[in-house]
Design a protein. Structure first.
Ligand code: ZN
Length: 558
């Protein structure tokens, strides 16, 4: 079943998963807030990642333990970091600005965006563009009527006589080569053909667009009171660089040996020109990144290890395999320094094509080499173990020769890096899409009723269990409160005593709570409660004293 995005977005707002940022002021494009349940869901995702990748990563290819540590770097760093990483100067999309209304359009997406624009769709009904034939009186009528409303700055609207005469000259002048739709659109966007040549129109108002200019995706600010070029700083566009620049600090302070990984979870910022698809392409987002440092000779082995570990992680947390599409990048897609890269993609309901959740990239020695070059600081690694066990007879005890040897391969080298880089918000959205289900479940009277149920993996569910006393007051409430107080030490649980039990189940189904415990008359006799399962709807009785241990068992990562 494909999820209806409108229904999901409505549920996310109604139940407090995701809100538009600054909604009472009309929102702000590309920014989102997580509500009370959303923050728990996203936190569970980040915690699961940290637990499964940093504290307890799966054994390596030969069954060995994997060495992983964490880091939490500042969002604003020395701007030289972004020069070394290549973000200053090249981290930009060619963008064109409208000369009248000021709208920005990504140059490479212009014709796709124009095809969706209101005025193009209105105009296209006036003529058959395929053959290049057009009806001048109809275009004139459009220009003087509807066109004034939908494309006030279009040349055809501002000066129809001149524009139509240019177009007639073109069509009559080359009867064997009628203009394409694109050329026709350029003609009706051009007022002074000789002076300017053919123009490309703004998708919003029709005015000519300026030349493509690089538009930097980094948010800028200033550190300090002076707002000059010298105090300019950037909000980090990725968390990875914080890890690279701390490589030596981490290595020296933790007695680490290759291979090992450094992990970081944190916010990153990109000034996307066209934020879209709900939270998928946002301007502020959270990353979960690992930089895994290894010996160059072993790098492909570790690349394969991380690619497989990361794919398996999504499946383990309940993503259906047919929607998860790992895609190995072809040689033409790879960055020049990269040996291999897999995009782990997910089939979101808002798109016909799978979209990236995570990239697992083999980055070679690129990043450490860049920072060594720009900072002048040594970023190499010395293999103590290899030196200790190597045959030193060739140096004949000459300390100088030994020192020289230790500076070079195979003893000293720049590690290679495997980078699994995941989006916390993107995975949260995938989890929401994956969880949304509508099915039928019997109500109080046994009649089948449609219900909305969020089938979250229990580890990710914002609320793990709910406790329902059958009666609001008296002994049942006392027992239920005691259970609630015991469980909330260790689990996100909720107490609900309002409405019928059936209604309480529905409320919990809608927010994806896996289990509900009901304290009833029998509890007062034998201290057992009913546990009801969200997905199977099965109910069984369990001793109250066993509940905490049972929950712990069910929520344990496997
Ligand atoms: Zn415009």
């Amino acid at each position: 079943m494909s999820v209806d995005m409108e229904k999901l977005v409505a549920l996310c707002k109604r139940k407090g998963f995701i809100f538009q940022s600054s909604e009472i002021y009309g929102g702000i494009n590309g920014f989102w807030d997580y509500g009370p349940l959303g923050v728990e869901l996203k936190k569970n995702i980040k915690d699961a990642w940290w637990h499964d990748m940093v504290r307890n990563p799966p054994p390596g290819p030969e069954g060995q333990e994997i060495s992983m540590v964490g880091l939490d770097c500042s969002i604003i760093m020395n701007p030289k970091v972004w020069v070394a990483s290549g973000h200053v100067g090249t981290f930009a999309d060619p963008t064109r600005k409208c000369s009248k209304c000021g709208k920005f359009v990504r140059a490479d997406q212009l014709w796709a965006i124009l095809a969706e624009s209101d005025w193009v769709n209105s105009l296209i009904q006036e003529f058959t563009p395929v053959t290049g034939h057009y009806d001048a009186p109809l275009l004139m009528k459009w220009a003087q009527g509807k066109g004034k409303k939908v494309a006030p700055n279009l040349a055809l609207v501002r000066n129809p006589h001149v524009v139509l005469s240019f177009l007639a000259t073109r069509v009559n002048g080359q009867p064997d080569a009628p203009p394409t739709l694109q050329e026709m659109t350029q003609y009706i966007a051009t007022e002074q053909l000789e002076a300017t040549g053919l123009q490309d129109p703004c998708p919003l108002c029709g005015a000519p667009l300026g030349e493509p200019k690089p538009f930097t995706l980094m948010f800028e600010s200033h550190a300090g009171t002076e707002q000059t070029e010298d105090t300019k700083v950037y909000l980090r566009p990725e968390t990875a660089q914080g890890i690279f620049v701390n490589f030596k600090n981490v290595l020296d302070s933790n007695r680490l040996k290759l291979p090992f990984g450094i992990a970081q979870v944190g916010k990153a910022f990109r000034n996307e020109i066209t934020p879209r698809n709900y939270t998928f392409r946002s301007r502020e987002f959270e990353q979960m990144e690992i930089e895994f440092f290894c010996h160059p000779d072993e790098s492909m082995k570790w690349y394969e290890y991380w690619r497989d570990v990361r794919k398996a992680w999504y499946s383990k947390l309940g993503i259906q395999s047919e929607r998860l599409r790992p895609r190995e990048q072809g040689p033409e897609e790879l960055a020049h320094y990269s040996k291999a890269c897999t995009d782990i993609e997910y089939m979101f309901p808002f798109s016909d094509e799978p979209q990236e959740l995570e990239g697992v990239a083999h980055r070679g020695a690129y990043d450490l080499t860049q920072h060594q070059k720009h900072s002048g600081k040594d970023m190499s690694y010395f293999d103590e173990g290899l030196w200790a066990t190597s045959d030193k007879s060739a140096y004949g005890g000459d300390k100088k020769k030994e020192t020289e040897a230790k500076k070079n391969v195979p003893f000293r080298f720049t590690p290679h890096v495997i980078e699994p880089s995941a989006g916390a918000d993107r995975f949260t959205l995938a989890v929401l899409c994956e969880a949304y289900h509508e099915d039928t479940a019997p109500d109080e009277d046994g009649k089948p009723q449609t219900r909305v149920v969020m089938r979250f993996h229990p580890r990710l569910a914002p609320i793990k269990a709910a406790i329902f006393p059958l009666e609001k007051k008296g002994e049942m409430a006392v027992k239920a409160t005691a259970l609630y107080r015991e469980l909330k030490h260790d689990f996100a649980v909720e107490y609900d005593d309002s409405g019928s039990i059936g209604k309480r189940y529905r409320r919990m189904d809608e927010v994806g709570t896996p289990w509900c415990f009901t304290i009833d008359g029998q509890t007062l006799q034998d201290d057992t409660v009913t546990i009801r399962d969200r997905d199977t709807l099965q109910q069984e009785r369990m001793k109250m004293s066993d509940i905490a241990a049972e929950l712990r068992k069910r929520l344990r990562s496997t």
